[in-house]
Design a protein around this ligand. Structure first.
Ligand code: ATP
Length: 361
């Protein structure tokens, strides 16, 4: 029998006064030692999920289990869970050591033991030399580290992080993502993070939970979410994906052949089943899986280039296939200059071996 997950949300719903649905029958298993991220647009229920796990919010129905034990009624303080809040919630009048030691001071530990633990936690986050610094003297990144140290010092089984990096500028944020992941690996503690930033979620998580309107759309590792989104919502939320209404024209082994307008496409069949001849499905095609050439060739379809966006090594072409079908293509940028100009006709084809999903609906 598989061991119980560390945390299990079992059919958890939360309805706020006024009938606002925060969570709608959410089932979620969190495995011990993983870095799992709750991702989704504003209002989808990420923070509510975190607050239910922390015990700050009690579900309207459903259960919260910790290693199989029902903790739904347990108060926040009695759960082996700690939270890093978005605004860090540090005490400005206390120094770094006092802030980090605050949680410990509520426990019955000797002064020496407390000091040792505070020192270790600050060491972990690279702030051992800031023991006596005032919070107000610290940079944003340093405050973030103090908040982390304060959360890990009590050695929680689960660390909840609510948009922990949102107050940092882009550069520091990227650096802290790496640090956060490294810290989690070293501690082996289960981290549950909330973010609405898909790049952050993709770069940091073992698994991502994509939420929409109080429900879970898909739970999967980053690469699976990217390559095989289960729904149109996930496909649209993770990176850029063309959602092309395409007609089924036949199959080659496990590859299903479609056409979107005049553009020939191939998709993988996850289920082994084929649609009927002529049936229409939505095929998800990443911009990097489309090729654009200046010459027509078999297997290409003409598209008018409406705009070109500089993306570093590639150019993102926004083009229009026949029948006004919009399509986004990432084309390599030629060193000598732009290959395409607005108004040109690009000849579009699917990259060989591209694994395009067939999306429901
Ligand atoms: P954001 O990214 O904006 O923080 P979120 O995904 O974390 O959003 P939640 O804060 O979990 O979303 O909110 C989910 C829904 O529940 C929203 O519609 C929100 O307005 C509602 N909600 C959350 N807390 C309360 C509350 N205390 N009272 C009433 N409605 C609430």
């Amino acid at each position: 029998m598989a061991p119980d997950p560390l945390v299990r949300l079992q059919a958890v719903s939360k309805v706020f006064p006024g009938g606002i649905v925060g969570l709608d029958a959410v089932d979620l298993d969190i495995v011990s030692g993983e870095f799992i991220t709750l991702l989704g647009p504003s209002g989808c229920g990420k923070t509510t999920s975190l607050r239910v796990i922390a015990g700050f919010e009690s579900p309207s129905s459903g259960k919260v289990l910790l290693e199989g034990r029902d903790i739904t009624a347990l108060r926040p303080f009695d759960r082996p869970v700690n939270t890093v809040f978005q605004d860090y919630a540090l005490f400005p009048h206390m120094d770094v050591a006092e802030n980090v030691g605050f949680g410990l001071s509520l426990r019955k530990l000797s002064g020496a033991e407390q000091a040792k633990r505070v020192g270790e936690a600050l060491e972990m986050v690279g702030l051992a030399d800031k023991l006596r610094a005032r919070v107000l003297e610290l940079s944003g990144g340093q405050r973030q580290r103090v908040a982390l140290a304060r959360a890990i010092v009590c050695e929680p089984r689960v660390l909840l992080l609510d948009e922990p990096l949102s107050a940092l500028d882009a550069h520091l944020r990227e650096q802290m993502q790496v640090e956060l992941k490294r810290l989690q690996s070293r501690l082996g503690t289960t981290f549950v993070m909330v973010t609405h930033d898909q790049t952050e979620a993709l770069s940091i998580s073992d698994r991502i939970v994509v939420m929409n309107k109080g429900r879970i759309e898909q739970i999967a590792p980053p690469a699976t979410l990217y390559d095989r989104p289960a729904t149109k919502f996930v496909a649209g939320f993770i990176g850029t994906m063309n959602l092309l209404q395409s007609r089924f024209v036949g199959r080659d082994g496990d590859r299903l052949r479609f056409t979107a307008g005049t553009l020939p496409l191939e998709a993988i069949s996850e289920t082994g089943l084929s649609p009927g001849e002529g049936e229409v499905r939505t095929i998800g095609v990443r911009p990097e899986d489309l090729l654009a050439t200046t010459e027509a060739a078999p297997g290409t379809a003409p598209a008018r280039v409406n705009s070109i966006v500089f993306h570093g090594r590639t150019l993102r072409l926004h083009a229009e296939l026949g029948q006004g079908l919009p399509v986004v293509i990432d084309a390599p940028r030629k060193a000598e200059g732009f290959q395409f100009s607005v108004g040109d006709v690009a000849h579009i084809s699917l990259r060989r071996g591209a694994n395009c999903p067939v999306l429901p609906g």
